[in-house]
Each structure stands twice: as C-alpha cells, then as structure tokens.
Design a protein around this ligand. Structure first.
Ligand SMILES: Cc1cc2nc3c(=O)[nH]c(=O)nc-3n(C[C@H](O)[C@H](O)[C@H](O)COP(=O)(O)OP(=O)(O)OC[C@H]3O[C@@H](n4cnc5c(N)ncnc54)[C@H](O)[C@@H]3O)c2cc1C
Length: 497
C-alpha cells in the first residue's frame, strides 16, 4: 500500500495541555500516549495512504475510564476516534487532527459463553478468532470470519459490519449480534438489541452495526454462536473464461443452493497466492471458484453433487473436491492469504470493496480488464462471489506519487461501475475516509442529509469519529458527482467543477 500521500497536520498548541491534564486525572500515565514516537503507530489504519498524527492516544481498561474520557472530550470539544486493531481498509480508524484516539485494545475479556443459549458475551477488543477458539469446546463457533480474523476485533467488526467467506450462508456481523452496549460521546450508557428474540421500541441495533464508530463507543457485545457442522467439503472448479466463472456463481444461487462459502479468484490471483502458500490451485484456469458445503455427511454429499452439476453445465473445465479436512483448509488458506500474497508481488496494492448483483460479475471483471489497460496498472481479483462483493486489488508503486493517484482513480472508476451496475460502493470494509467521494454518486442530497440527522441524534456535537462515512454537500459539489434524483439537480446554485 502507498506511503504517506496525505500530509499530517500539527496539533493546536493550547488544547493539548488542558486535555492531557484532565486525562491524567482519570488514567494512569502509561495509559496516555502523547509523544510523537508513541502516537506514530496510530497515525493510520489498514488504509496507510491516509495518515494523521493524533493529539494523544488513550488506552483505558475500564468502562468507567471510557466514560470519563468521553466526558472530558465533550467538555473540551475534542474529537474522539474509537479504535480496535486498526485493520480497517477504509480509514475508519484514521485519527482526526487535534483529536484523541480511543484504543479499546485492552478490553479483551470474554465475559461469558452460554452453550445453552448459544451466545458469547465479549468485550470489544476481543479478536474475532478468539471467540471461536473459546467456543470450540462447546462444539460452537462465531460464523462471520473476515480474512483478518486473527487480528481484528469484535468492536471493529461492529464498526464495519464485517463479512467473510462464511457470511453468504450465515450472515454478516449484523445477523450474528444480539446485543450491543456502549457509551455516547457524552459518556451516557446505551444498549441496543436484546437477548430475547424481540425487543420493544425502535430497533436501533442495525443502525449501530456498520456505523463506523460515529454513533457510540461499543463496550460490550453479545454474539450469536452456531454449532460446528459435522462435515465441510469444498469444490475447486476451474474455468477457462472469467465471465463463465462469474456467471456460474449466479447459476449456483439461482439453483436454490446457498453454499457455506462461494469465492472466486482470477488467474493473476491464483498465481500470486500459489507462490506464497502452495494451496494447490489450478494455475491453468482463467478463474477458479471455491464452493463449500457444510452439514451432515448426507447433506454435504447431496449438495456437492448438485453444485457439481451446475458448475459443469456452466462450463467448468475441472472439478476437484477436497478429500480431507487438511486439503479443505489448504484450499481456503490460499483465499485467506490473497491480500498478503498481493503484497509480495507488488510494492503496494489498493484493495477495493464494491458490491454488485451476482449476474453482473462477469461484466464487471471484463470492465476491470479494460481499466487495467487504460491506467497501465495490473489488478488481481479475489472476492466473495456469492455475495457479489468484489475485491479488486490494484497493484502499484506508492513511491511514485503519480502512480498512487492513478491507482486511486482506477479504484474510483471500479466503484462507480459497481453503482452503475446496480450495486454499492462498499460490501464490508466501510466508507471511512476512502469512499467519501463515491458516496456522492450513490446517495442523493436528501439521503445524505438524513444520514447527518441520524448522526446528530446520537452525537449532536459531531465529535465522535467526525468527517467519516458521510460526505458533505460541498464535498459532493466539488467532486462533481451529485446523484440526480427525479431529473432534478440538487442545489443548482452551487458551482460545479
Ligand atoms: C489483510 C486484511 C484482510 C481483511 N479481510 C477482511 C474481510 O474478509 N472481511 C471484512 O469485512 N474486512 C476485512 N478486512 C478489514 C478489517 O479487518 C475489518 O474492517 C475489521 O472489522 C476491522 O476491525 P478492527 O478491530 O481492526 O477495527 P479498526 O480498524 O480499529 O476500526 C474499524 C472501525 O470501527 C470503529 N471501532 C473500532 N472499535 C470500536 C468500538 N469499540 N466502538 C465503536 N467503534 C469502534 C473504528 O472507529 C472504525 O471506524 C481486512 C483487513 C486486512 C488488513
């Protein structure tokens, strides 16, 4: 990924001393980082092109401390950016100038596993994979499995409504969370959702999940656990044409099958991955599909047979079914290591995250090939095909500023193509700072105004992770990509560029 393309800004001179003095009254010295050396590791998240040194970083350990920190920031008007593991790929955890980074990394206790209710109650800094590891003894696991699951936290998963390979069948984070507790920017406790199947009042749980740390600081989460299937097997299907592979994805779902995972990689991706993890992929194929089935042995046998029939009908040139658990995990290890594999073959890569209706996968892949020629940059494709969630990885050299700008424009073109094909600008990585401009393409001014009103209902002072996810009217006017609703251009008085 690119180097520092956005300059960091100095902190305002008067605010730091007041803030640090107030914080030292509620936190031990070691929990407040303020020297440039200590705050530098927090200057960005996984979107390393966008950096900002924060005023200070705090590492509280108790909910009372979090409440005190928030009340101090509210009183002094200091912006706060909540942070989990900092693996977000959209800049959601990027610090704000003159603001505080509120690291929730020390909230890493699993509070309760209830095998009868099939729930886990955890603190927000618990790693995604740690939940499944803790539940394994009960024959249970937490289904949403982002490829970053060894590092990313449940708080960050809530922030981004994270997805993963198994979310096609088992749902995204949103579908696997029962209850969220948190604090508003004013330090007031809030609770969304319930342990019972339904709760009175407006259902604000879906609003908080995917809200990118802009509505409340998550302090406790109750997750739904699912039983580990008796058996899982994966088909690796080869295609000699990417479009045929893309069309096969739509056909599998249209046949009434919901695979436990349905992922696609093009040849450039399989070659990169194979050199890295030796997953056993068919390197002759223009694209491969990985289609997983799980359940009882009988269910799996029947589903594998049905999927094989559909895949052959759609032109699969080779079908290989994992013959052991070891082979199944090997097939998946390639897919799960695709991003680091891209990092081995290029100085930098830029991961996009658009979503399109499945039937258009082939069309978009062809268009990306044309964009590669136009921008003179390579792009490898590895994605959650069953969800239509595309992850084109644009390869470039971040040491060349012009190349980074070409990569950025290439990425924008892909996301705009996603919207044009009836999709969205993000599937699971969030908007953050990265996709603010293309949000102007997707949403019209009245919709964006509504987003701001929701934000204001939770955080009227606009101090909690401000300037993320929702573009202002002025920004959209400058970008020149206002979505025109009903033929009426909003605010025609504003100058267009
Ligand atoms: C190699 C790699 C692979 C990836 N693969 C996937 C994938 O398959 N699927 C996927 O969905 N994502 C993936 N991601 C993106 C990233 O891992 C996810 O978005 C993840 O959910 C972020 O978790 P985090 O703990 O790192 O959160 P952070 O990056 O720290 O924060 C993410 C957002 O959540 C907010 N936040 C964090 N904690 C809290 C809290 N306690 N309260 C309120 N807000 C909070 C932050 O303000 C920010 O807006 C990948 C990233 C990498 C680097």
């Amino acid at each position: 990924m690119p180097g520092s393309a956005v300059a960091t800004q100095p902190a305002a001179p008067s605010q730091p001393s007041m803030l640090l003095q107030a914080l030292s009254g509620v936190l031990p010295d070691a929990a407040v980082l303020w020297s440039a050396e200590d705050t530098a590791p927090y200057e960005c998240d996984g979107l390393v092109a966008h950096r900002q040194i924060p005023l200070a970083v705090v590492l509280p350990e108790t909910i009372e401390q979090v409440g005190e920190i928030l009340r101090i920031c509210h009183r002094l008007g200091v912006p706060v950016v909540p942070r989990g593991a900092g693996t977000s790929l959209s800049g959601g955890a990027k610090p704000v100038a003159n603001g505080l980074v509120l690291s929730m990394a020390r909230f890493k206790r699993i509070l309760n596993i209830d095998p009868r209710a099939r729930t886990a109650t955890v603190q927000p800094g618990v790693r995604n994979l740690a939940v499944s590891e803790a539940a394994a003894g009960h024959g249970l696991y937490y289904a949403p499995d982002p490829s970053s699951q060894i590092a990313c936290t449940i708080g960050g998963n809530i922030g981004e409504n994270a997805g993963g390979v198994h979310c096609l069948k088992y749902g995204l984070t949103l579908h696997n969370v029962l209850c969220v507790r948190g604090l508003t920017l004013r330090g007031e406790p809030v609770k969304f959702g319930a342990l019972a199947p339904d709760a009175p009042g407006l259902d604000l749980l879906p609003l908080v999940i995917g809200s990118e740390g802009m509505l409340a600081v998550v302090t406790e989460v109750t997750l739904r656990l699912v039983p580990k299937p008796q058996l899982a097997q994966v088909i690796m299907a080869s295609f000699d044409d990417v479009e045929a592979g893309g069309n096969a994805v739509a056909e599998v779902i249209a046949a009434g099958i919901i695979p436990a995972g349905l992922e696609m990689m093009d040849q450039a991706a399989t070659i990169a991955v194979e050199q890295y993890v030796h997953a056993g992929y068919d390197l002759e194929a223009a694209a491969i599909l990985l289609c997983e089935s799980d359940g009882t042995p009988e269910e799996v046998a029947e589903e594998i047979e049905r999927m094989t029939r559909v895949l052959r009908r759609c032109g699969a040139t080779r079908i290989q079914v994992s013959a052991s658990e070891e082979e199944r995990l090997r097939f998946w290890s390639g897919r799960k290591n695709a991003f680091p594999a891209a990092g081995r073959i290029s100085p930098d890569y830029y991961c996009m995250d658009g979503t399109i209706p499945r039937k258009h996968i082939g069309t978009l892949l062809r268009r990306i090939q044309q964009m590669e020629a136009r921008y003179g940059l390579r792009c490898i494709n590895v994605f959650h095909a069953g969800d239509g969630n595309m992850h084109p990885l644009i390869l470039f050299n971040g040491a060349e500023a012009r190349e980074w700008h070409r990569a950025e424009q290439f990425g924008t073109d892909i996301l705009e193509a996603c919207v044009e094909l009836g999709g969205t600008v993000t599937g699971e990585h969030g908007v953050g700072v990265e996709k603010l401009d293309v949000m102007c393409t997707q949403f019209a001014a009245p919709e964006r105004a509504m987003f701001f009103r929701v934000k204001a209902a939770f955080d009227p002072d606009r101090l909690l992770n401000p300037d993320k996810a929702i573009p202002t009217l002025a920004r959209c006017a400058e970008y020149g990509r206002q979505r025109v609703s009903g033929g009426l251009l909003p605010h025609p008085d504003l100058p267009r560029y």
